[in-house]
Design a protein around this ligand. Structure first.
Ligand code: NAD
Length: 492
């Protein structure tokens, strides 16, 4: 237990005093911290690749694509657009506020608690940190104890690049998390399970603290029969890449299961076998491109999903595993029973159930009869199906003809709905998540519309109604007596 945890209350009070000094609100402070993060990523890049390999078996190219590269991109954007994000935006007030002006001024929320998880230990910790810093907040970050080498690197080295009065990184598991939750924060940003998400919400409720919950769930992919051999190959390649090619499927927006028409399923399975071999060779265990399961607990959880009596006969490809190296082969199942655990709980690993349907349109009811997912993927040329997928389902995002690509974008918000969480971030959305848009309204003393004050009569009602419709000309006509009141009430 380090000094911060022992004196948690005192340390948080000191951080709050630092925030109150106004230091973190300065644009120069925000820039210097974002640049500090840039330098950290640059100087510690090789170390980051090493600990990601150690904790998760991630290849350094995957680590660059999913973590370091994304963070560099986010930092470049934040530094480029910071001034624009920080500036206030002018808005109009209604006619009744004659001679006025108004603006929205973004202000930081104060002290932010970020609790993150292990599958993308850097991006899920530092992406919210970038938003919180850009918005001018003080931050306490607690990475996950389940990726210990990554967490240690963050705790031991990140503070050297940042203002340690305003930004702290704390190592620890649930006990430390619970201790942190007892403090009062101005926002809690949590990434992890719905189970812990519920605890976060009840702790936040105690202090009326707003929270963002980035949770998980089962993200479906719908694969229409498609038209040609090349589009089938592109679609299946992207599905495999999303399922097995990113942290061995331990991804909140991975393809959890695939919905296809019965008549198309054997074509899909055969194509998958060929393309999996193309990515990982004949012996995936020897491949440097297959990430490992995070720990024994999750390995055994996944093993249980596969050895479940109900699903054993559904395995059509893969299924081999090695507990010592925490390796699980990319595995395909066809039609495991819908009541089996693999179809009722988030898989979070390299196992892909394919569920066959009579017709692809049935996928909409299938998805709607389950909790709202973080993402829905649909591979199709069918414009009617696309429109229905957008208008008749509910999810954090919908992606057509690809998967996971939405996480890379900073022009669209990332976040869930319902059981998959709430709140959003990435790019400017991160800045907004950690800002309060303060409403500023200014009036001149010079003049007033008399009809906003008593005594009341129908003439004033007419004027109020016309002005609330932003009808300047109408207001003028009523005042000049050229338009008569249509509304009369006989109520005293
Ligand atoms: P978890 O909920 O067990 O842990 C997440 C964090 O919460 C860790 O830092 C942990 O130390 C902390 N924690 C655990 N118990 C706590 C407590 N009682 N009080 C305070 N803090 C506590 O996370 P997990 O189950 O290992 O993560 C996997 C889940 O996260 C999956 O459901 C996955 O889909 C989801 N996820 C979501 C996203 C997203 O961006 N939406 C990203 C990655 C993972």
């Amino acid at each position: 237990m380090d000094k911060f945890e022992k004196n948690l209350e005192r340390e948080v009070t000191a951080m709050r005093e630092c925030y109150r000094s106004g230091k973190t609100k300065q644009e120069s402070w925000r820039r210097s911290q974002l640049k500090g993060l840039q330098t950290f990523l640059k100087e510690k890049e090789v170390e980051i690749f090493r600990v990601l390999k150690q904790d998760l078996g991630k290849h350094y190219v995957e680590a660059f694509r999913d973590e370091v590269g994304l963070l560099r991109k986010s930092l470049n954007l934040a530094l480029k657009d910071l001034k624009k994000w920080m500036s206030s935006r002018e808005v109009k007030l209604p006619i009744i506020a004659l001679l006025s002006s108004a603006e929205l001024v973004p202000e930081p929320l104060g002290l932010i608690l970020v609790i993150s998880t292990w599958n993308f230990p850097f991006v899920l910790s530092l992406e919210p940190l970038i938003g919180a810093i850009a918005a001018g907040n003080g931050v306490v970050l607690k990475p996950s104890e389940l990726a210990p080498a990554c967490s240690s690197l963050l705790v031991n080295f990140l503070p050297n690049y940042l203002d340690s009065e305003a930004i702290k990184v704390i190592e620890g598991g649930p006990a430390v998390g619970e201790q942190l939750l007892q403090q009062k924060w101005d926002k809690i940003f949590f990434t992890g399970s719905a189970r812990v998400g519920r605890m976060i919400m009840s702790a936040a409720a105690k202090h009326l603290t707003p929270a963002t919950l980035e949770l998980g769930g089962k993200c479906p992919a719908v694969l229409d029969s498609l038209s040609w051999s090349w589009d089938k190959e592109v679609a299946v390649n992207r599905i495999i890449g999303a399922k097995y090619g990113s942290c061995a499927g331990q991804v909140c927006i991975s393809v959890d299961y695939l919905l296809v028409e019965k008549t198309f399923s054997s074509t899909v399975v055969e194509l998958m076998k060929v393309l999996i071999k193309k990515m990982y060779g004949d012996n995936p265990r020897e491949s440097h491109s297959v990430a490992r399961i995070i720990n024994k607990h999750h390995f055994l959880r996944l093993k249980n999903l596969l050895t479940d009596q109900m699903v054993k006969d559904s395995i059509v490809y893969g299924g081999s595993m090695d507990e010592d190296s925490l390796f699980i082969e990319p595995t395909i199942l066809v039609d495991p029973p819908l009541q089996s655990t693999i179809m009722t709980e988030e898989i979070f690993g390299p196992l892909l159930p394919i569920i066959t349907l009579d017709k692809i349109e049935d996928s909409i009811d299938f998805i709607n009869s389950r909790p709202k997912p973080l993402a829905i993927y649909a591979f199709t040329h069918n414009e009617v199906l696309r429109k229905r997928m957008v208008s008749e389902t509910s999810s954090g995002s919908v992606v057509f003809n690809d998967a996971i690509i939405q996480f890379v974008a900073d022009t669209i918000p990332f976040g869930g709905i319902g059981e998959s969480g709430f709140g959003k971030y990435h790019g400017k959305f991160s800045f907004d998540t950690f800002s309060h848009y303060k409403a500023i309204a200014r009036r001149s003393f010079l003049t007033d519309f008399w009809f906003r004050f008593p005594p009341w009569n129908n003439y004033k009602l007419e004027l109020l109604e016309t002005s609330y419709n932003y009808d300047y000309f109408g207001v003028l006509l009523v005042i000049l007596g050229l338009k008569k009141s249509r509304r009369r009430f006989d109520i005293n």
